[in-house]
Each structure stands twice: as structure tokens, then as C-alpha cells.
Write a protein that binds this ligand. Sequence first.
Ligand SMILES: *[C@@H]1O[C@H](CO)[C@@H](O)[C@H](O)[C@H]1NC(C)=O
Ligand SMILES: *[C@@H]1O[C@H](CO)[C@@H](O)[C@H](O)[C@H]1NC(C)=O
Ligand SMILES: *[C@@H]1O[C@H](CO)[C@@H](O)[C@H](O)[C@H]1NC(C)=O
Length: 566
Amino acid sequence: MQPRKIMASNSNLSDVCDHHHITTPSVMSLNLVLLSIIFETLIVSVATQINLETLGKAVQRTTHAGYTSANRAIDGPANNKWNDGCSATADGDIYAWWGLQLPAVAHMTTIIIYYRENSASRMKEFRLYLENGTADESSKSGLCYTDLGKAGLPNITQNITCNMLAKNMYFVNRRNHANCYVELCYVAIYGCFKGTWSTNCTEPCPATCIDNYCYPQNGSCVWGCDKHNCFNSKCDINTGACIEGCMVLRAGQYCNKYNLASNGTATQHQPKPNHPASLAIDGNRTNGLCSMTTGLGSYLQVDTGSLSVVTTVYFTFGDATVTTGEDIVYCSNTSDSWVNGILLHKGERPTKNINVYAVCRYIIYLPPAASGVDVCEIEIGGCPLGRYGDNCEKFCHCNGPCDLDTGNCTSGCLDGWIGYRCDIVCANGNFGSKCSRHCSSNCLNQSCNHVSGECTGGCNEGWEGYNCTKECDVGYFGINCSQTCFGCISNQCDKVNGVCSNWSGCKPGFVKGQNCNQECEDWKFGKDCAKECYCRTIPCNKFNGHCSNGECAKGWHGETCDNGKL
Ligand SMILES: *[C@@H]1O[C@H](CO)[C@@H](O)[C@H](O)[C@H]1NC(C)=O
Ligand SMILES: *[C@@H]1O[C@H](CO)[C@@H](O)[C@H](O)[C@H]1NC(C)=O
Ligand SMILES: *[C@@H]1O[C@H](CO)[C@@H](O)[C@H](O)[C@H]1NC(C)=O
């Protein structure tokens, strides 16, 4: 960036507190050349992370007139020249600061400051704070550096190691009189945002690092590693890896994946006696307890039990293992066959951790040599298809696999579900693909199964069937066609309210207005249930008045026992 000339009243600022700093210009510039050479080399050797300044916002307590905004300190160039552009706070302050505010918490390793040349006295006793909030001089935990102000003036270029976790960095000055300035020509802040490391901060911290926090320099966990998923509770603070293996149902270097092998079944082709396949999925990586196959064409297969999304295969081999040749790993939907499978890995021994993405049921490992290979453990990280979460305990309803961490669907939802995770059931009244179909208007309350559209709550009056599109049969009416109108003379009734068609009265044996849907009470029969029956013990047939077995009450006779006493 081409620096702009500073038009501000440079002279106003120059002689406030540098009374004792008098050097001839030529000696001064020679010193500067030497200084910048020294620091250039220093910078190259320490700047191992990204310069966070480009990702933050520069701020300062006050701003001096002219082109001295806070941004000047991060715009470059990296030198001490006032005329190349420096930030500066206003006249008349007794307290001043400049800060860089980042969008997220970062581990800041090294801070390089180019102060204004010939103005070292103004930075005397400066302090550097790394804080999460606003500039706070009382913060003890945030204080990274104090210029002691004893051994003469500070260097105008400083290289300060902080190694602290914070969101913001502040360069702070305070004076007894109103002659306090912060003038920064360039500031570089090296580090990585929390959760990342390496030269370009592109590596994620090991998954087991507590609070996802590792040193930007080497990726080792700052606050230790979470060992609760590790076998024997042992994790390596430097790598975050579990040392002796994983707890049951866990897989991978950090044991942070669900282990599809734990509930699976292992089989061998050409097993070696006393080295059963089950030893490869028993959760114990220990050498000696290993499965082994032997001879050309041998292999080890793990059946995960169902279609699964496989993201990691992690191998632990034993001592007896040959050291050369190729390991081959397939993912297949067919037991004991990989011709139609997906090649997950093919490479020189020994294979340790392979990160993959495939949907299949069987993982098949083909060892390189006829002499056999001992597989102490094969851990298969992933989730059964349709599940996600740390323990694959959550269900996604995607049209295909979902993201195993978030549950987000990439290929749309199954019928009846919507949302990023396809975990939202269609609103009442809708069903099917994208919930775009409407339940049949004949469904009771207009509600139906969100997937199939079946009117599970029943049908409105006059309708029946899976989605209530079938009209009631003759003689039936009402909700789900569950009521009958067998008493209508026409044998037909309104399918909704059951009123007999062409009503001219009911069939004998029936009453109840125009619906004719109530049989005569006991001991009555005939048209309008007007007749009485005179049977001996059991009421008569309601339609024709016949007594069972013709047993009339004492004193009555005839087919319907309605002939008077003999
Ligand atoms: C800033 O916040 C983080 C937590 O997000 C905390 O660990 C760190 O110690 C804080 N930094 C300071 C300087 O207080
Ligand atoms: C100041 O710079 C000199 C070399 O120019 C160096 O020896 C000294 O350690 C520096 N002091 C500080 C505090 O950086
Ligand atoms: C296994 O079957 C599933 C579902 O049909 C398919 O998506 C997947 O690609 C198959 N995997 C292999 C390895 O053939």
C-alpha cells in the first residue's frame, strides 16, 4: 500500500515530552537501518501464524487531527516513519490507547510494534493488554507486557511474545500531565483463532483438546485433552490422541466418532487358528489380542449390520505384521465381495487412519502378504444411515445421508419432513414431498398422516377408506360410514345424516324418525314397533313378531302369538 503523506501538525506533537532524546539525523538513520535489519530477521523467524490485524478492526481512544486514524497502524508499511503513515491519539490526553478488536477469540503469540521514530520517550512505560472487552487498565489477567521505563528508552520497534487467548489487543499509555500519545506506525499481531493452528491456522485443533483449544505453534492441547472416551483414560496432551484405544462404541484417533464395528460382526477368510476375527472389534488395541488371517487371498470383513455412513477407518496392527506391501480397504454392500464396492484405500503399509466418505454395510480389509497380517483393532467411525450426533442417537429424515455432526440434509427431505435437518413434521393438513400436498378434505378435522396422507383420525360423515375418498356403501352413513340405515324402506339413506331416501315410514321393526335407525325395543315388533309380542321367555323377532321355537306366552297362540287366549 502506498503510504499517504501526513498533513497533520507534526511539529505540534514533536516536542511535548522528548526533551532528552537528541540525536543527529545521520546517526539516527543509520541506527534505524540497523534496527530494521535486525527486526526484519526476527520477524521472519517468529511470524509462524497469520497476521490477525487484517481480520480485525482498529480503534483508538481519541484521534489527532489529520490523517492519523487508528487504521494507519495496520495499513503498513512496516516501518517507523511518520511520513509513511502512523496512527496518533489527540493532544491533551493523560490516558490514551490504540486497539485491535477481532471478531472472535484468538491465541495471540507475538505482537510486533513499530513506534514512531524519534519518539521513543512517548511510549515509555507503555503496556499491552489482551482482553475480551474494552481497554481496561485494571485487568491483571489481560496484561501481557509492561515497559519498565528503567533501562533508558524503549526500542521503537518491539517484538513481544504474549501467548494469550483474547479477542482484543490494546496498547495503553498514561501520563501525569496531558501529554500522553499513542503513535503507532505499524502493528502486526500473529496468532490463530481459537480452535485452529499451524502456519496458516488451517489445521483444526485435535478433537479431544479441552474446549477445542490448542497452541497455534504445534497443535498441542493448552488445557489438556479430554480423556473420557479413551481406553484407560489416557490421552496424549501433545497430539490429543487416545493412547491405548477407545471406550466401547467409540472410534478413531481421538475416539470422537461412533464405532460402527462395536455392534458389528467380524469374519475372516482363511483364518489363522487362535486369532479369531472377533479380536479385531473387541475394543482392545493391545498387541497380542489380534485377529489374523493367513495366505494369499485372505481377508477380514466387518459387517456393520445395516447401511451406514462411514467416515473413518482406524487400524491398529500387531507386531507380527509384515512391514511392506499394500493395504487395501473396500466398502461394499455385498458380503464377501468387493467387486461392486467402493475402494476406500490402497497404499503402502502400515495404514493407520483413513478419512473417507461412503455409504455401505461391509468394510473389507485385504492384507498385502501371503504371510498374513494381524489386525489388533479395526475401528469404523460413522453412523448408521439416517442417524447423526455424537452417539448417532438422533434421527434425520433426509433423502439420503445427513451431516453426521449437524444432521443437515444435503439431498432434500423424505416425504413428510421439512427444514434444514428435515426434522420438522408437516403442518397439520399437509403431507408428502416438501409437505406440499393437502390432506383429503374428507379427512376428519382435515388432518392426515404427514408422510402418507392417510386419514388416520377417521373420515368425515359420508366417507370412508385410506384417504376418505370412498363414499359410504348403500345402507351406511355417518363418520367412517360406521352407522347403518337398514330400516329405510328404500334401503337407502343420505350418506351424511342418514335420513331415508324417499321416506314414507320405516320398515317393520325400526323406528326413530326419518332415519329409521333404531330397532324396536324388546317385546315390540312390526311397523312403527306398534305391536306387542306374547312370547313365553324370550322377546320376539322385531320384524315379524315370531317367538323362538314358537313358544307363546300362556294363553296365546298363532305364528306371532298374537291370537287371544284360547
Ligand atoms: C477471553 O475469553 C476466553 C473464553 O472465551 C478466556 O478463556 C480467556 O481467558 C479470556 N481472556 C482474558 C484475557 O480474559
Ligand atoms: C532493543 O533493541 C536491542 C537491539 O537493537 C536489543 O538488544 C534489545 O534487546 C531490545 N530491547 C527490547 C526491550 O526489545
Ligand atoms: C450401498 O447402497 C446404498 C443405498 O442403495 C447406496 O447409496 C450406496 O452407494 C451403496 N454403496 C456401495 C458401496 O455400493
